[in-house]
Ligand binder design. Structure first.
Ligand SMILES: [Zn+2]
Length: 387
């Protein structure tokens, strides 16, 4: 007997993005910092109810009517989706993920919630940091080139410094001295948004991971950064504060600092090649529309650009969600477009295959590549063009 099915969604990513967005809102309400704190009506968030509704439909299609309560589903969210009593149509890598880790969203759920265009608490901090960053850059440059330079300096500061003392901040303020009406520098405003402040007047020694520059509690313990292991070498840094030490807050670390490491490595490698004169590298062109712009220069006349490549580097948990949300800026013309992955994602079984499948047919014409492969290709192309 033919079974009449409601038009199925093409897969179950919508269910998990809705549930992620709903969970984000539930956690925000609990923290009392949600956007609708004032008019909380006691109902669960609309995204949660929509996600639950779709999940219910999915179960019904499979002939198993669920009798779960919201609390049952909340408990499931803390477990890998492979263990859920309904087989969701997600990539096998994503099925290994859960949505909650204790009372926090997992990175997968944060990515999902972002795809559902929801504001996550961490997303707000991240958003506020980006706004403070853009404002500090805009106020400290008279021309687009000066604003771009200020932006790059500040962006790199956030990636290179997980912890700093106030004397280093004062130095940065001397380079970018503009102040708001209250007399505070825009740099300090950015610092206060992206870092927690700790009063300190004595020298303090921090142990940092050499690879990601994050603080490591003690020897043999992992820094916890994706892509870093437990046995990464560490180094010590002595901070010498007058009054304050700034420690990067969690949202900045996880959503700005850590994902920025891959582009910082690519930029460092390519900057080393620049003096040879075959390429010009622009970090974060047009105030961060992309991560890297590489221009190959005419050898007889180095003011002429013969070819331009653009690179967006992405360090995200779910390849499928990344592929679906990926966009290429319309106002940057490139002969080649690259989506570069850090090695720890690239080497994960199925990751680039899932990513290509999600990008397929979306008209980006983008090449997926690993960070090291990209640098090799740039070098090879520079040699080719200079022949
Ligand atoms: Zn590390």
């Amino acid at each position: 007997m033919p079974v009449l099915e409601p038009t199925p969604p093409d897969d179950d990513y919508l269910i998990v993005t809705l549930l992620s967005a709903g969970l984000a809102e539930i956690l925000d309400r609990r923290a009392g910092s949600g956007p609708d704190e004032a008019n909380t009506d006691g109902l669960l968030p609309a995204a949660w109810r929509a996600g639950f509704g779709r999940l219910w439909m999915r179960c019904a299609q499979l002939g198993q009517l669920p009798d779960w309560s919201d609390l049952d589903l909340l408990a499931l969210c803390g477990r890998p989706m492979t263990t859920w009593p309904v087989a969701l149509r997600l990539s096998s890598a994503d099925l290994d993920q859960s949505l909650l880790d204790g009372d926090r969203l997992t990175d997968f759920a944060v990515q999902g919630a972002r795809n559902a265009r929801s504001d996550v608490e961490a997303g707000w901090t991240q958003q506020r940091v980006f706004e403070a960053l853009k404002q500090a850059a805009a106020q400290n440059g008279k021309s687009p080139a000066e604003r771009q330079e200020a932006y790059v300096r500040l962006r790199r500061f956030l990636i290179d410094h997980a912890v700093v003392d106030d004397t280093q901040v004062t130095k940065l303020e001397r380079h970018l001295p503009e102040r708001d009406n209250s007399g505070q520098t825009y740099v300090l405003k950015l610092m206060q948004t992206a870092y927690d402040q700790k009063p300190a007047t004595d020298v303090e020694r921090y142990r940092l991971c050499r690879r990601c520059h994050n603080v490591v509690a003690r020897r043999g313990v992992s820094c916890g950064t994706a892509g870093c292991g437990a046995n990464e070498p560490t180094r010590f840094v002595d901070l010498n504060p007058l009054a304050v030490i700034y420690e990067q807050n969690r949202a900045t670390r996880r959503y700005i600092h850590d994902p920025g490491l891959v582009e910082a490595r690519i930029l460092n490698d390519l900057h080393a090649d620049e003096p040879a004169g075959a390429i010009r590298v622009t970090p974060y062109p047009k105030l961060d529309k992309l991560d890297v712009l590489i221009e190959f220069l005419e050898q007889s006349d180095k003011t002429k650009v013969v070819e331009t490549w653009g690179v967006d580097a992405k360090d995200q948990v779910s390849a499928t969600l990344l592929g679906r949300s990926f966009t290429w800026p319309t106002d940057i013309e490139c002969d080649r477009r690259y989506l570069a992955l850090p090695m720890h994602r690239w080497l994960r079984a199925g990751y680039s295959k899932d990513l290509r499948a999600a990008l397929d047919g979306r008209g980006h014409d983008v090449r997926v590549i690993d960070e090291k492969g990209l640098v090799r290709q740039v070098r090879a192309r520079a040699r080719e063009l200079s022949r």
